[in-house]
Design a protein around this ligand. Sequence first.
Ligand code: SF4
Length: 295
Amino acid sequence: MNTTDKLLRKPDWLKVRFKGGPDYARIERLHRAHGLHSVCRSAACPNQGECWSRGTATFMILGDCCTRDCAFCNVSHGTPKTVDEGEPRKVAEAIAELQLRHAVVTSVTRDDLADGGAALFVDLIRAVRRAAPDCRVEVLIPDLGGDRRALEKILEAGPDILGHNLETVPRLYARVRSQAVYQRSLDVLRNSRKMKPDIPTKSGLMVGMGETRSEIANAMKDLVDAGCRLLTLGQYLQPTRKHFPVQRYVAPEEFADMREEGLEIGFIHVEAGPLVRSSYHAEEQFKEVIHAEGK
Ligand code: SF4
């Protein structure tokens, strides 16, 4: 295990060529003009060039400062500013202006707020419905401290997909996601499915942090048992030298095997690959789940 700070050499399949273009520039301008936060940039996502140039972006609400401090995450942490009540409207206007058909909206974790920020997700979903009625809204939410009522409020606003990432296997939570609880994260997905069976749920796992293949298989099984039918599996990349070191680079063939395993145990769609992130090809995943669930 690579427990030292020694950096592993990046394999060739992870070397991404930056793709700019007019759509990229347009989204960049809009983020600046509306003072929006982009998770693509804060999380140092390797697909930023590709997604932005295809006209897809993931927005981040509730500010850009997280109350948690996960060892793999590049989002800044500390004491967040007060909530900007105008943020949902600004994001919705940007989505409308960009003419997105499928928007992904996530947030930092806000343990300082009584409802974990659920009210702002509700406002956001409503604002997008008004400003861009044809746009689907996928929300990738924090665990809301396990507050079922807060989760219910978000579901009642009617997102098209509710996502919550497990990120890693239970054994590694203490090291890389110390303020989260594996079971609580699973319960977000399980409860969501119970409360609103018509809203598909989605989750994501990173590999290369020291987990074993059987631990990944068990986590996938836990997700299926919780009613989750969409999964993203991607390589963990260390954002800076201060973050948790990569333990292993997983080859594309192994991702293909994990994808097959996932489909065999009950996922409708598994997006798996070294550069896959939560919202990668989100629109395609949505279409598949809707088709499979006969909606
Ligand atoms: S809770 Fe989410 S945004 Fe906050 S540090 Fe962890 S991964 Fe990053």
